[in-house]
Design a protein around this ligand. Structure first.
Ligand code: HEC
Length: 153
Protein backbone atom coordinates (compact mmCIF):
# COMPACT_ATOMS: atom_id res chain seq x y z
CA UNK A 1 0.00 0.00 0.00
CA UNK A 2 1.32 3.43 -0.81
CA UNK A 3 1.61 5.71 2.14
CA UNK A 4 -0.31 8.89 2.26
CA UNK A 5 1.85 11.88 2.94
CA UNK A 6 -0.79 14.46 3.41
CA UNK A 7 -0.03 17.04 5.99
CA UNK A 8 -2.22 19.91 6.93
CA UNK A 9 -1.07 22.82 4.85
CA UNK A 10 -1.27 25.36 7.63
CA UNK A 11 -0.09 24.17 10.98
CA UNK A 12 0.15 27.63 12.44
CA UNK A 13 -2.99 29.30 13.57
CA UNK A 14 -3.98 32.41 11.69
CA UNK A 15 -2.06 35.43 12.85
CA UNK A 16 -4.01 37.19 15.58
CA UNK A 17 -5.11 40.34 13.87
CA UNK A 18 -7.12 42.74 15.89
CA UNK A 19 -10.62 42.49 14.53
CA UNK A 20 -13.11 45.27 14.82
CA UNK A 21 -15.80 42.62 14.68
CA UNK A 22 -14.75 40.95 17.90
CA UNK A 23 -13.76 37.40 18.81
CA UNK A 24 -17.05 35.70 17.99
CA UNK A 25 -16.85 36.88 14.42
CA UNK A 26 -13.22 35.75 14.22
CA UNK A 27 -14.19 32.36 15.61
CA UNK A 28 -16.75 32.01 12.88
CA UNK A 29 -14.23 32.89 10.24
CA UNK A 30 -11.75 30.33 11.56
CA UNK A 31 -14.34 27.57 11.66
CA UNK A 32 -15.56 28.45 8.19
CA UNK A 33 -11.96 28.25 7.01
CA UNK A 34 -11.50 24.87 8.66
CA UNK A 35 -14.72 23.60 7.13
CA UNK A 36 -13.58 24.77 3.73
CA UNK A 37 -10.22 23.08 4.18
CA UNK A 38 -11.91 19.77 4.94
CA UNK A 39 -14.36 20.17 2.09
CA UNK A 40 -11.50 20.78 -0.33
CA UNK A 41 -9.24 18.03 1.01
CA UNK A 42 -10.20 15.46 -1.67
CA UNK A 43 -9.25 18.01 -4.33
CA UNK A 44 -5.73 18.62 -3.07
CA UNK A 45 -4.45 15.56 -4.90
CA UNK A 46 -3.03 13.65 -1.94
CA UNK A 47 -4.81 10.45 -2.94
CA UNK A 48 -3.92 11.07 -6.49
CA UNK A 49 -0.21 11.28 -5.70
CA UNK A 50 -0.33 7.70 -4.38
CA UNK A 51 -2.26 6.58 -7.47
CA UNK A 52 0.32 8.24 -9.71
CA UNK A 53 3.23 6.50 -7.97
CA UNK A 54 1.46 3.14 -8.16
CA UNK A 55 0.69 3.60 -11.87
CA UNK A 56 4.32 4.52 -12.58
CA UNK A 57 5.57 1.46 -10.71
CA UNK A 58 3.21 -1.00 -12.39
CA UNK A 59 3.98 0.23 -15.91
CA UNK A 60 7.74 0.14 -15.37
CA UNK A 61 8.23 3.90 -15.34
CA UNK A 62 5.23 5.36 -17.21
CA UNK A 63 4.47 8.98 -16.43
CA UNK A 64 0.74 9.67 -16.06
CA UNK A 65 1.17 13.41 -16.63
CA UNK A 66 2.92 12.83 -19.94
CA UNK A 67 0.33 10.13 -20.63
CA UNK A 68 -2.52 12.63 -20.38
CA UNK A 69 -0.75 14.91 -22.87
CA UNK A 70 -0.12 11.97 -25.19
CA UNK A 71 -3.81 11.02 -25.06
CA UNK A 72 -4.58 14.53 -26.33
CA UNK A 73 -1.78 14.47 -28.89
CA UNK A 74 -2.82 11.14 -30.43
CA UNK A 75 -6.46 12.17 -30.50
CA UNK A 76 -7.77 9.26 -28.39
CA UNK A 77 -10.53 11.65 -27.33
CA UNK A 78 -11.99 11.69 -30.83
CA UNK A 79 -13.27 8.19 -30.04
CA UNK A 80 -13.14 7.86 -26.26
CA UNK A 81 -14.37 9.65 -23.21
CA UNK A 82 -11.33 9.86 -20.94
CA UNK A 83 -11.87 11.29 -17.45
CA UNK A 84 -9.51 14.15 -16.66
CA UNK A 85 -8.54 14.79 -20.28
CA UNK A 86 -10.11 17.97 -21.58
CA UNK A 87 -12.02 17.52 -24.83
CA UNK A 88 -11.93 13.72 -24.62
CA UNK A 89 -15.68 13.12 -24.58
CA UNK A 90 -16.48 11.05 -27.66
CA UNK A 91 -18.42 7.79 -27.56
CA UNK A 92 -17.25 6.02 -30.71
CA UNK A 93 -15.33 3.55 -28.54
CA UNK A 94 -16.07 2.61 -24.93
CA UNK A 95 -15.46 5.28 -22.27
CA UNK A 96 -12.12 4.66 -20.55
CA UNK A 97 -13.59 5.40 -17.13
CA UNK A 98 -12.36 3.19 -14.26
CA UNK A 99 -9.90 1.54 -16.64
CA UNK A 100 -7.79 0.47 -13.64
CA UNK A 101 -10.61 -1.76 -12.47
CA UNK A 102 -11.52 -3.48 -15.72
CA UNK A 103 -10.91 -7.20 -16.06
CA UNK A 104 -10.36 -7.17 -19.84
CA UNK A 105 -9.09 -4.90 -22.59
CA UNK A 106 -11.27 -4.86 -25.69
CA UNK A 107 -13.04 -7.91 -24.28
CA UNK A 108 -10.20 -10.17 -25.41
CA UNK A 109 -7.13 -9.67 -23.26
CA UNK A 110 -6.54 -9.55 -19.52
CA UNK A 111 -6.11 -6.02 -18.25
CA UNK A 112 -2.45 -6.00 -17.25
CA UNK A 113 0.09 -3.18 -17.77
CA UNK A 114 2.04 -5.15 -20.39
CA UNK A 115 -1.14 -5.98 -22.31
CA UNK A 116 -2.38 -2.40 -22.09
CA UNK A 117 0.86 -1.08 -23.62
CA UNK A 118 0.55 -3.69 -26.37
CA UNK A 119 -3.09 -2.82 -27.06
CA UNK A 120 -2.43 0.91 -27.29
CA UNK A 121 0.38 0.31 -29.79
CA UNK A 122 -1.42 -2.11 -32.07
CA UNK A 123 -5.03 -3.14 -31.34
CA UNK A 124 -5.61 -5.03 -34.64
CA UNK A 125 -2.61 -7.24 -33.85
CA UNK A 126 -4.42 -8.28 -30.67
CA UNK A 127 -7.88 -8.63 -32.20
CA UNK A 128 -8.20 -8.51 -35.98
CA UNK A 129 -11.91 -7.63 -35.71
CA UNK A 130 -11.45 -4.56 -33.51
CA UNK A 131 -12.63 -1.16 -34.72
CA UNK A 132 -9.79 0.61 -32.92
CA UNK A 133 -7.08 1.47 -35.44
CA UNK A 134 -3.33 1.28 -35.01
CA UNK A 135 -2.26 4.86 -34.30
CA UNK A 136 1.51 4.36 -34.43
CA UNK A 137 1.95 5.15 -30.78
CA UNK A 138 5.58 4.78 -29.69
CA UNK A 139 6.33 2.35 -26.89
CA UNK A 140 7.35 5.18 -24.53
CA UNK A 141 4.12 7.05 -25.22
CA UNK A 142 2.07 3.86 -24.83
CA UNK A 143 3.72 3.29 -21.45
CA UNK A 144 2.87 6.84 -20.34
CA UNK A 145 -0.70 6.51 -21.63
CA UNK A 146 -1.13 3.14 -19.88
CA UNK A 147 0.12 4.64 -16.64
CA UNK A 148 -2.46 7.43 -16.95
CA UNK A 149 -5.24 4.91 -17.62
CA UNK A 150 -4.23 2.95 -14.51
CA UNK A 151 -4.82 6.04 -12.38
CA UNK A 152 -8.49 5.91 -13.44
CA UNK A 153 -10.17 4.00 -10.63
C1 HEC B 1 -11.10 5.65 -34.33
C2 HEC B 1 -11.56 5.53 -32.98
C3 HEC B 1 -10.55 5.22 -31.89
C4 HEC B 1 -9.43 5.91 -31.57
C5 HEC B 1 -8.84 7.14 -32.24
C6 HEC B 1 -8.91 5.27 -30.38
N1 HEC B 1 -9.68 4.21 -30.01
FE1 HEC B 1 -9.45 3.05 -28.39
N2 HEC B 1 -11.02 1.93 -28.94
C7 HEC B 1 -11.85 2.19 -30.01
C8 HEC B 1 -12.86 1.16 -30.10
C9 HEC B 1 -13.96 1.06 -31.14
C10 HEC B 1 -12.62 0.28 -29.02
C11 HEC B 1 -13.37 -1.00 -28.68
C12 HEC B 1 -12.54 -2.07 -29.29
C13 HEC B 1 -12.95 -3.47 -29.03
O1 HEC B 1 -13.61 -3.75 -28.03
O2 HEC B 1 -12.52 -4.29 -29.86
C14 HEC B 1 -11.48 0.80 -28.31
C15 HEC B 1 -10.96 0.25 -27.17
C16 HEC B 1 -9.97 0.80 -26.39
C17 HEC B 1 -9.54 0.30 -25.12
C18 HEC B 1 -10.14 -0.89 -24.40
C19 HEC B 1 -11.36 -0.39 -23.66
C20 HEC B 1 -12.18 -1.44 -23.01
O3 HEC B 1 -13.23 -1.09 -22.46
O4 HEC B 1 -11.82 -2.61 -23.00
C21 HEC B 1 -8.56 1.13 -24.67
C22 HEC B 1 -7.79 1.02 -23.37
C23 HEC B 1 -8.36 2.13 -25.68
N3 HEC B 1 -9.23 1.92 -26.71
C24 HEC B 1 -7.44 3.14 -25.60
C25 HEC B 1 -7.22 4.06 -26.61
C26 HEC B 1 -6.15 5.02 -26.60
C27 HEC B 1 -5.16 5.20 -25.46
C28 HEC B 1 -6.23 5.72 -27.76
C29 HEC B 1 -5.29 6.80 -28.25
C30 HEC B 1 -3.91 6.40 -28.38
C31 HEC B 1 -7.36 5.20 -28.49
N4 HEC B 1 -7.93 4.20 -27.77
C32 HEC B 1 -7.77 5.69 -29.71
C33 HEC B 1 -11.73 3.22 -30.90
C34 HEC B 1 -10.70 4.15 -30.90
Amino acid sequence: MATKQCKPRNEESPSPQPSPLGTTERGWRVSTLLLLMFALLPLTGCENEADIQAATAMTGGGDPHRGASAIRAYGCGTCHTVPGVRGADALVGPPLTSMAQRAYIGGVMKNTPVNMIRWIQDPPAVDSMTAMPKLNVSEADARDIASYLFTLK
